[in-house]
Design a protein around this ligand. Structure first.
Ligand SMILES: CC(C)(COP(=O)(O)OP(=O)(O)OC[C@H]1O[C@@H](n2cnc3c(N)ncnc32)[C@H](O)[C@@H]1OP(=O)(O)O)[C@@H](O)C(=O)NCCC(=O)NCCS
Length: 181
C-alpha cells in the first residue's frame, strides 16, 4: 500500500467535515462541532495558518486519516508543538497510526531545525495511542488525574508523552528524572 501525507486545503472543507462527523472518535470526548463550525474553522485558519498545519493520510489515494499539527507559532520562542492524529475506524490497527507518528516527528524536526521537543497527550485508556508513543520513542512525562472529560459526564486521567530531538537523533530514549524530590 502506498501511504502519502498531503496538505489539507480550503477546498477540502466538505471532505473534512465528512471525515470528522461520520467517524467515531471514542477518545476525543464530547464535541459540539457541526458542519458549519468545521467550515468556519477551515476559513479561520484553525487547520492551516501560522499556528497549525493539517495533512490527510492517504492510502492508495483514499483519505484514511488526518494529522493536525498545532502550537507551531510558539516554536521560534522555544515552545513544543502538539498534534492531533486520527485514523478512520476501518483502518485502525494496521500500523498507519504508528507510521504517521514517525512521519510527523520527522516532518517537525526537519521543518523546524531549532525545535528541541514534540509533545503529545492522550486519554489514559487509549492503549493504541500509548503503544504508538512508546514504539515511536516518545517517553511518558506526565500523568494528569481527572483531566480528560469523557462521555456522559465521566472523567478520565490524561497522560503526556514527548520526544526529544537528541533522542530522535541518537535512537536512545532518556527518561525524565523522577527521583528529584
Ligand atoms: C490511536 C490511533 C492513532 C493509533 O493508530 P492505529 O493505526 O490504530 O495504530 P497502529 O496499528 O499503528 O498500532 C500502534 C500500536 O498500538 C497497538 N494497537 C493497535 N490497536 C490497538 C488496540 N485496539 N488496543 C491496544 N493496542 C493496540 C499496536 O499493536 C501497535 O503497538 P506496537 O507499536 O507495540 O506494535 C488510531 O487508533 C486512532 O486514530 N484512534 C482514534 C483517534 C485517537 O484516539 N487518536 C489519538 C488522539 S490523542
Amino acid at each position: 500500500m502506498d501511504t502519502t501525507y498531503q496538505h489539507l486545503d480550503a477546498s477540502d472543507a466538505d471532505a473534512l467535515a465528512d471525515f470528522l462527523l461520520h467517524e467515531t472518535w471514542p477518545f476525543h470526548g464530547p464535541t459540539a462541532l457541526d458542519r458549519d463550525a468545521i467550515h468556519r474553522r477551515v476559513r479561520d485558519g484553525f487547520y492551516n495558518g501560522d499556528d497549525s498545519r493539517t495533512f490527510w493520510i492517504t492510502e492508495d489515494g483514499e483519505r484514511v486519516g488526518l494529522i493536525r499539527l498545532f502550537d507551531l507559532a510558539d516554536v521560534p520562542r522555544g515552545g513544543a508543538p502538539l498534534f492531533d492524529l486520527r485514523i478512520g475506524r476501518a483502518h485502525r490497527g494496521r500500523g498507519l497510526g504508528g507510521r504517521a507518528l514517525a512521519w510527523l516527528t520527522r516532518y517537525l524536526f526537519t521543518e523546524f531545525p531549532g525545535l528541541r521537543r514534540i509533545e503529545g497527550h492522550t486519554r489514559q485508556d487509549n492503549r493504541a495511542m500509548r503503544r504508538a508513543f512508546r514504539s515511536g520513542a516518545y517517553v511518558k512525562e506526565a500523568h494528569h488525574r481527572d483531566a480528560w472529560p469523557g462521555e456522559e459526564g465521566r472523567v478520565h486521567d490524561a497522560v503526556g508523552y514527548a520526544i526529544l530531538r537528541r533522542d530522535w537523533l541518537s535512537g536512545v530514549t532518556t527518561p525524565p528524572d523522577w527521583h528529584d524530590e
